[in-house]
Structure formats: C-alpha cells, structure tokens
Design a protein around this ligand. Structure first.
Ligand code: DUC
Ligand code: ZN
Ligand code: ZN
Length: 477
C-alpha cells in the first residue's frame, strides 16, 4: 500500500541508537522503518540530516493570567508556532487554578483558549493553588481520571504558595490517584525577608531580583520538597533546577531510594545573574525564577545533563514583552524589581541551544539529546510510546535537523509573541528544518504549512515512573 509520507536518506536518532534508515508513515503513524520502503504520496529528503522524535517541551506557560494588568506575550497560536519552529511537536503548558476557582472551570477556560489555535499538540499540567477539601477530594481525582495526570505546586509567590500541610495533603491526593507532583522550590519567607532588606537599602533594580532569591532559598525548598514527598511516599518532579546545591539534594534523595525527576532549562546554562545588571532596566529582560546564577553553577548544570542527574530539559517558556506597559516595563515594574513579571521566552531555542552547546561541543551525545528533549518527557508524563519515539506504531511526530546549519539568534527571525530574546547574538549550529506532526508536514525547509488547528489536545496516562515507584513500594511492603 502506498505510504502517505516517506522520510528518506536520513539518519534516525532515538534513545536506543543512531541508524541510517527511512521512515514510512501512513494514517499519522510510523508504519515502516528500513530502506527501499516503496512508493509514497509525499517525501522529505533527509540526506545529511538527523531524523529525530519531535521535541516535547513539558514546561511552558502560554496565555496564563498574570494579574495587575500584565499579559503574557504568547497566545496558543504564537506559542505553538514558535514551539514548532524549535522542532517541537508537543508542548505542555500549565493550566492555573486561580484562588477560589474550581479545577474544571480552569481547565475549560484553558481548553477554550487553545481550541483550534495550535500548531503543535498540547497537553496541560494543572497548577493547584487553592487545595480545598473539594479540590483534593473530588476535583483533582476527577481531573486525573480525565487525563490531566500531573500538577505543579509552588513554594513561592504569595498568591500561589502552599504551606507544608497543604503540600502534604496535595501529595496525598497524588498518592491516591497516581498523579505526578511537580514542585517549584524556593523558600518564600526567605525571599520576603531579603526583599525587605533590599527595600530598606533602596536597591530596587532588576539585579536585586537575583540577590533576593539566593541558592540557599532554592536548596532549602528542594530539600523540603523531596522530604515531604518521602513522607507521603510519592515520586516528585523538581522543576527548573538552577544550581549544584539543589542538585545535591536530589542526588541524596535518590541515594535513599526516592524517585525524583529533575529538570533544568537553557537559562541555567547560558545566562548568569550579571545579565540582570543591564543598564536602563534592561536587566528586566532576564528576570525569571529561580534566577540565573554564575558560570560555576552553569558548569554544575552541564555536569548534571551529562551524568544523567537531569532527566528533562525544558524551556520554562514564560514570555512577556519588554517595551510594553503590560510586560516587563509596566509602570510599577519600571520602579521596583518585584513588579517585573517573572519569566523569559525560550520554547523555540530550547532544543537548538542544547544541540549546539551540548551535542556540537561534545558534552552530550545525540541519543542523550533525544532523551532530554523528547523521550524522557513522554515517559515522565504518560505519553510514551505514542510520543517521544520513532518506532512502528508511534505517532509520526518527527523533527528533521540540519546539523551543519549555523545561525545567529536574532529575535526578528523567531516566531514568539515577545519583542526580544534573552539569547540575542548567540551563534548556534544545528537547527530543525522540517517538522512532521501526526504524519503531516508542518514545516518544510523552514516554510510553515497549512493552518493553525492541526495540533490536537492530548490526554495522558498515569506516568510510568509513578507506576514503577508504586510497584517498588508495594514490593517493599
Ligand atoms: N515559575 C515557573 O515555572 N515559570 C515562570 C515563573 C516561575 O516562577
Ligand atoms: Zn516555577
Ligand atoms: Zn514555569
């Protein structure tokens, strides 16, 4: 039978190895791997190119309400378009429960925002900010059963943070339902204390954002998060890890037998706190939490990517425009760092940065690149093996990379809704040039094909890491 699409003459890279191989696709699914696969209605010539599972960025923020007249720079159309150009075929934004809001209402609002807009597949994590008895007893279990099988809790931000009792209760719901808990680890009281000191000293510029969120505040919260997860006996994801001390807490928990999944992001490899010192409030462009640290901490994060300490490499794409009353330079943000919205864009450059700085510079191999940018995300969040794999029966979500292409980052060439890139001027070698989503060519040699709305919403299974941890606990009695 004629194939719908044939990707020929390329080098297929998966976590299991790298092989010269064609990929035959029919009805949105990979149906053949090999050479001489026969006729196809459409072909992609991948000579001298890598054919890899489409990227999965499991930590992005799109169209998330940010309060105080602040508006995120991306809606689902621009955010997924930018993701697609970065070689991604699925992204996982957060669906934020606002105070007093029911989870169903929050989910319905996000699903409505995404409906018909997406260039990639999408699947939401929840953010639980108001863990009432009804939320933990009924709403969250119902959401998990409905395929929203992971949620994030915060230890920082007045409007989002949960106290330890709330985190324990929320983790207990995860234990009962099989959901995976993600934790933002920074100690809010320590941060508020330091903000007070900076205010007394009149130090209100963006650089104070970094000094009021020190490594000790992240390390302590990381220790607490893994300890609370140990008390409840659930696996936990520590998101956006920025430094070696927090990594040590994760390594120690693992040495005690705990299942701890660890994520880092491009900003902790490529930026430092000095970037927040830019003149004329330019440092606001780099305000994110946890903040970028030092070159020494960058080296720790690289070692964690090489050694396997990190499972996930995500962007934490959280874009705000810079020159905008509703963005970084909002009226209050111009006078005090604490009103500068937290977050930076990155979904389009996540994988190219790791390819160029990691693979091309010899720090990680191709297989680990695929694990860190795609397969491990699918495994952690209940999507594998439909997603994150090039295998017979998997969805035909594929990125074709030109490993020899060198470009200098210029925001005008990117596709997100922001007005700057924190990585402007960075030279990167290795770029995705064509992307296939569900068996259809979505980008061909840099040209977007078709209309938004091709991306589907994906409900997810319980994480296989949760299933494994449960069997281990049961076996241990
Ligand atoms: N945490 C995130 O995960 N993203 C942006 C801001 C934040 O604090
Ligand atoms: Zn966070
Ligand atoms: Zn985030």
């Amino acid at each position: 039978m004629t194939l719908d699409l044939l990707i020929e003459n390329g080098t297929v890279v998966t976590v299991g190895g790298t092989i010269e191989c064609d990929v035959g696709i029919r009805d949105g699914v990979i149906v053949q791997l090999g050479r001489g696969l026969g006729e196809a209605h459409e072909t992609i010539d991948a000579t001298d190119r890598y054919v890899m599972p489409g990227g999965i960025d499991s930590h992005v923020h799109i169209a998330q309400p940010s309060g105080d007249g602040i508006v995120m720079a991306d809606d689902f159309e621009s955010g997924t378009r930018s993701a697609l150009y970065g070689g991604n075929t699925l992204i996982m934004p957060f669906c934020l429960q606002e105070q007093g809001q029911g989870l169903r209402e929050a989910i319905d609002a996000y699903r409505a925002r995404a409906e018909g807009q997406c260039w990639t597949d999408v699947s939401f994590h929840l953010i639980v900010s108001d863990p009432t008895d009804a939320v933990l007893g009924q709403e969250l279990p119902a959401a998990v059963a409905d395929g929203y099988t992971s949620f994030k809790v915060f230890m920082t931000y007045e409007s989002l943070r949960l106290n330890d009792a709330q985190i324990l209760a929320t983790m207990d719901t995860a234990r009962r339902t099989g959901a995976l808990v993600m934790v933002h680890c920074e100690n809010e009281d320590a941060i508020q204390y330091l903000i007070g000191r900076h205010e007394e000293a009149g130090e209100l510029a963006p650089s104070s954002h970094a000094s009021t969120r020190p490594i000790a505040a992240e390390r302590e919260a990381t220790h607490r998060a893994v300890s609370l997860a140990e008390v409840v006996d659930v696996p936990v994801v520590i998101v956006h890890v920025s430094n070696g001390a927090a990594m040590e807490e994760i390594a120690r928990a693992r040495a005690r037998g705990r299942v701890v999944i660890a994520e880092t992001c491009p900003q902790y490899l490529m930026l430092t706190a000095e970037d927040l010192e830019g003149m004329d409030w330019e440092g606001a462009k780099f305000v994110c939490s946890p903040p970028p640290r030092t070159v020494e901490e960058q080296a720790h994060c690289w070692r964690g990517l090489e050694s396997g300490l990190f499972d996930l490499f995500s962007s934490d794409h959280c874009p705000f425009r810079y020159e905008d009353e509703r963005g970084k330079l909002n009226p209050r943000g111009r006078t005090h760092f604490k009103h500068v919205p937290n977050g930076i864009p990155g979904v389009e450059l996540r994988a190219p940065i790791l390819f160029s700085e990691g693979v091309v510079k010899g720090r990680i191999d191709l297989e680990r690149f695929v694990a860190l940018t795609s397969t491990n995300h699918a495994k952690a969040y209940g999507l594998f093996p439909k997603k994150g794999a090039i295998a017979i029966g998997s969805d035909a979500d594929i990125a074709v990379w030109d490993p020899g292409c060198t470009r200098t980052v210029c925001h005008a060439d990117l596709h997100d809704g922001s007005d700057y890139s924190p990585y402007e001027g960075l030279s990167l070698t290795g770029w995705p040039v064509s992307v296939v989503l569900g068996g259809r060519v979505a980008i061909r040699e840099g040209e977007l094909q078709g209309e938004p709305g091709r991306g589907a919403y994906r409900h997810r299974e319980i994480s296989r890491l949760v299933v494994r941890a449960r069997s281990r606990s049961n076996a241990a009695g």
